[in-house]
Design a protein around this ligand. Structure first.
Ligand SMILES: *Cc1c(COP(=O)(O)O)cnc(C)c1O
Length: 419
């Protein structure tokens, strides 16, 4: 037990694991109350893109706080939201002409699902089934959980989750099975397919080829099935390009963005949609409006932060930083890839991942907690997914910090090989 009334997410308080108190941050570094400097190797859970406290984002937040803090967004508007919508439609694929605001990745997915069903309902159809990829993760609210993988983390809520059609993950050599399953499922006229493009994050950093993504998109188009790209993790350069979808040369009908939208500074999300989806809701009939809102929809301060993020993308060498980080990450991964305890070393853009294998099953069963403790002891924020260790740092990380991260992973591999 501890004295704090705080109930932390994805934390088993009964284990009594230490919960560091972070006082400030800069770039790729976090500083704790007990005087430690921690390297943020996972971008504070995949959100921080340029680095903590980017000066232009902080200045935009301060400036907006001096003008307008919050305003109802149903039937009202403000300059930061208008500017951001213009900016997003300019930088994102032109077919995605409409911008709907919410405040987290999960809500952006809920909105996407409601848009898809609204589209079919208003067109007079009765399509409501959603297709998903095995091992996917789309958030923790009931709808987002419903379209994500089922497991111990949502077992208690299973009775509330709606039924979906699950396609096998396109693992290497088995890609055709995924495409065949999609083709078959599309014949029953589902409403939409939702995918994490190129890489499944929480499912274990599972990478699949752009060619498969392009094929999935083509099959959906042929059958008039809406294609939802959840780029909440992959967006804003994570996979090497602004959107992962770019690498497959595809444009979704609906796009979900959140984590890096404000550079990872404050909560905000958007769901972007094609004109056809917007038009299906457009009418003089109030019963056809899009029935979704949350109190903080398009919060002005969050929109100002996102506008600063867009400006940074526009006039700083962000793409060069991403290419540099990708190369620096992959060079270090290549050194580890031949290690006896390493399986399936892989990289995509700024992300690297590998599995740690141990000769003894006993060691593997509690590998996760051991790894967490080892990394914590080395002042690293790394949070393995089971025995999958991945590195996803802010784009500004320096070589010395990357070296520290990979030295710690190498040490964990040595320990596993000796077990
Ligand atoms: C993190 C994540 C979400 C959920 O975002 P939250 O902001 O945590 O609600 C949804 N989809 C993907 C692919 C994610 O990685």
């Amino acid at each position: 037990m501890n004295d704090s009334p705080v109930w932390h997410p994805f934390t088993q308080h009964g284990l009594g694991e230490p919960i560091p108190l972070v006082t400030h941050a800069k770039g790729a570094a976090l500083f704790t109350q007990d005087g430690r400097r921690i390297v943020d190797a996972i971008s504070s859970w995949w959100v921080t893109t340029h680095g903590h406290r980017h000066p232009r984002i902080m200045a935009a937040i301060a400036e907006q706080a001096g003008k307008l803090d919050q305003i109802i967004f149903a039937g009202w508007t403000h300059e930061p939201a208008e500017t951001l919508a213009q900016g997003l439609t300019a930088i994102m694929p032109p077919a995605l002409s409409r911008v709907f605001y919410s405040d987290s990745g999960s809500t952006s997915v809920e909105v996407a699902l409601k848009m898809a069903l609204g589209f079919w309902a208003h067109r007079g159809g009765s399509r409501h089934r959603i297709l998903v990829l095995e091992h996917s993760y789309h958030g923790d609210t009931i709808g987002a959980m419903s379209v994500g993988a089922r497991g111990v983390f949502n077992q208690a809520y299973a009775p509330l989750l709606f039924d979906v059609g699950t396609l096998p993950f396109p693992a290497a050599g088995r890609e055709q099975a995924t495409l065949d399953a999609l083709e078959a499922a599309c014949r029953a006229a589902p409403a939409a397919l939702i995918v994490e493009p190129l890489i499944l994050g929480a499912g274990g950093m599972l990478i699949y080829p752009a060619r498969v993504l392009a094929e999935m998109r083509a099959i959906c188009a042929r059958h008039d099935v809406l294609f939802i790209a959840d780029e909440v993790m992959t967006g804003w350069g994570r996979t090497g390009t602004l959107l992962a979808c770019e690498q497959a040369g595809i444009v979704p009908d609906i796009l979900c963005l959140s984590k890096g939208l404000t550079g990872g500074s404050v909560p905000l999300a958007v769901t972007m949609a094609t004109e056809a989806i917007y038009e299906a809701h457009w009418s003089t009939d109030r019963a056809r409006m899009f029935f979704h809102s949350s109190s903080y929809t398009a919060n002005p301060i969050a929109c100002a932060a996102a506008n600063a993020n867009l400006a940074i993308w526009g006039d700083e060498p962000v793409r060069e930083r991403i290419a540099s980080l990708a190369a620096r990450q992959q060079a270090r991964l290549a050194v580890l890839a031949g290690h006896r305890a390493v399986r399936n070393a892989r990289a995509l853009g700024t992300i690297t991942a590998l599995e740690i294998a141990a000769d003894t099953g006993d060691y593997l069963s509690d590998l996760g907690p051991r790894l967490l403790a080892l990394f914590r002891g080395k002042d690293l924020l790394l949070r393995p997914l089971g025995n999958t260790v991945y590195v996803m740092p802010p784009y500004c990380i320096e070589d010395e910090d990357l070296d520290m991260i990979y030295a710690a992973i190498a040490e964990a591999c040595d320990a596993a090989a000796d077990a």
